[in-house]
Ligand binder design. Structure first.
Ligand code: 5GP
Ligand code: MG
Length: 481
């Protein structure tokens, strides 16, 4: 299961948390449209509301009011291809002997099966086949023996993969980021409390201030009375594995992730794209919305160098069509591109065009759009792409398609150019990505463009010393601080 989701956790001084949680889920809706949920705690018990809906449809007025308590967590879940599975909607909440737990998870464990088998052998009953439930059970078991921080540390030493979590244990809200910092997570300060969220845009929505990113391997514990938070660096690794694709495609442009404003990163990548492979055309046109910041940076850099190009929004987007990649068949995906994007013919007729998108995954979007632009009278269409060719699948939380479906997995750039029928095609370099993010490539996860994974995944290669937990026998060692 590959899920890219949005998570949030809030502790307030004396106001119910449900409404600000609801607003922050709205701010994170782009991270998941399949389900939305909130779990709060009123000091005595949990209150939960989870629906297989968009945030706006999931909560009626009465629902928010019934979610009592000044602390809570929330989740939006990304649709995964095929199955629409209400068992996996989150937050996951459950009561154990060790207290109540709620979990919101963004990411994907690569060893969930092993832990699950072990726990099942010890009598733990599972209601879903999601990895979040595995984390919940493991943590619940550890909480029987240890305090909260040690219990989390022990669970962390057993799970392998990507996870940004907000957790609620009774009325304590926690934020936890995996030791590689694969998915984003940040801390914000509100006038009357604190928030932990996938993206800083959620904090902005609440009129809060971004305090900082949660560090890889760090646990954040919000004070239940909303007056502060404590942090514990539970696992230290030499290198992070921040997902570059968050910056390129997934996150909101107005979010700051690991210290970088996403919008600026994308514009900067657009400028680099011009420097690396600029082509002089009459117009530069973004594929909306994901190509927009790249195209504006690209056009600006071209104009700085005196090129006579016009930045044109020549493709109009129907905002009521969902994301095309979840369409089950190729035929439907092609139809969906045309439902979603329509050219303004006068901006392209008789012109040479540079079309800019953040990425090419299967190649459906670019093939369809290039054909549409020709049908609308474009003389030439040159494609420029803000990420390197995607050659390998993601196991860490971005549901990107299988190797067979990835157009670049077995084709050269020239072969792809021929396939999508562009006059020229160029992708950004890997070096430019690291440069634009201001990070060493050793601290980035670029597995989808290199095929080298920062985690130990069966059947895949890794480019680093990976510390994969062995499930049996290391739990007690891990509890030593
Ligand atoms: P393609 O049509 O080549 O399969 O996909 C490329 C388009 O999908 C680009 O416009 C890009 O913005 C978008 N995209 C890239 N990665 C993802 C992803 O993981 N999920 C979804 N829904 N869209 C993606
Ligand atoms: Mg797009």
């Amino acid at each position: 299961m590959h899920e890219k989701c949005g998570v949030v956790g809030i502790a307030l001084q004396d106001r119910d948390a449900a409404r600000p949680l609801y607003y922050s889920l709205y701010a994170l809706q782009h991270r998941g449209q399949e389900s939305a949920g909130i779990v709060t705690h009123d000091g005595f018990q949990q209150h939960s509301h989870v629906e297989m809906e968009l945030v706006g449809d999931a909560f009626g007025p009465g629902d928010i009011e019934s979610l009592n308590g000044t602390v809570g967590i929330g989740h939006v879940r990304y649709p995964t291809a095929g199955s629409v599975d209400s068992c996996c909607a989150q937050p996951f909440s459950v009561s154990f002997k060790s207290g109540s737990l709620g979990l919101s998870h963004n990411g994907n464990l690569v060893n969930a099966r092993e832990i699950r088998d072990e726990l099942a052998g010890q009598g733990h009953a599972f209601t879903s086949d999601g990895d979040t439930e595995v984390i919940a059970h493991d943590l619940a078991r550890n909480l029987l023996e240890e305090d909260l921080v040690r219990a989390v540390k022990r669970t962390m030493s057993r799970i392998h993969g990507s996870y940004s979590l907000t957790i609620m244990h009774d009325d304590t809200v926690l934020g936890l980021r995996d030791p590689e910092g694969n998915r984003p997570l940040c801390i914000g300060k509100l006038e009357d409390g604190y928030v932990i969220a996938s993206e800083s845009a959620a904090i902005d929505t609440l009129d809060g201030e971004l305090v900082r990113d949660v560090k890889p391997g760090e646990l954040v514990v919000l004070h239940s009375d909303g007056t502060g938070f404590d942090t514990y660096q539970l696992i230290d690794r030499e290198h992070a594995a921040h997902c570059f694709f968050e910056h390129v495609y997934f996150a909101r442009p107005d979010s700051v992730i690991d210290g970088e404003l996403v919008y600026e990163v994308r514009r900067n990548l657009g400028r680099k794209l011009w420097a690396e492979s600029g082509v002089d055309t009459d117009v530069v046109m973004p594929v909306p919305d994901s190509g927009r910041s790249f195209a504006s940076g690209y056009a600006e850099a071209a104009q700085d160098e005196g090129a006579d190009v016009e930045f044109a929004e020549g493709l109009m987007k129907n905002r009521y069509v969902g994301r095309t990649f979840i369409m089950p068949t190729q035929d439907e995906r092609e139809r969906a591109v045309r439902l979603k994007l329509n050219p303004i013919k006068s901006t392209v007729a008789g012109k040479t065009v540079t079309l800019i998108d953040d990425s090419i995954v299967r190649g459906t979007t670019s093939t369809q759009l290039i054909q549409l632009l020709y049908e609308s009278g474009a003389e030439e269409v040159h494609m420029r792409v803000g990420s390197p060719p995607i050659v390998a699948p993601c196991y860490m939380g971005i549901d990107m398609a299988t190797r067979e479906e990835l157009i670049a997995s077995d084709r050269s750039v020239e072969e792809i150019r021929d396939e999508i029928q562009a006059d020229s095609l160029a992708y950004i370099s890997r070096e430019a990505i690291a440069d634009a993010l201001g990070k060493a490539s050793a601290d980035l996860c670029m597995a989808c463009v290199t095929g080298q994974y920062p985690y130990d995944i069966d059947g895949e290669e890794t480019d680093r010393e990976v510390d994969r937990p062995t499930i049996a026998g290391e739990a007690s060692a891990a509890a030593d601080d």
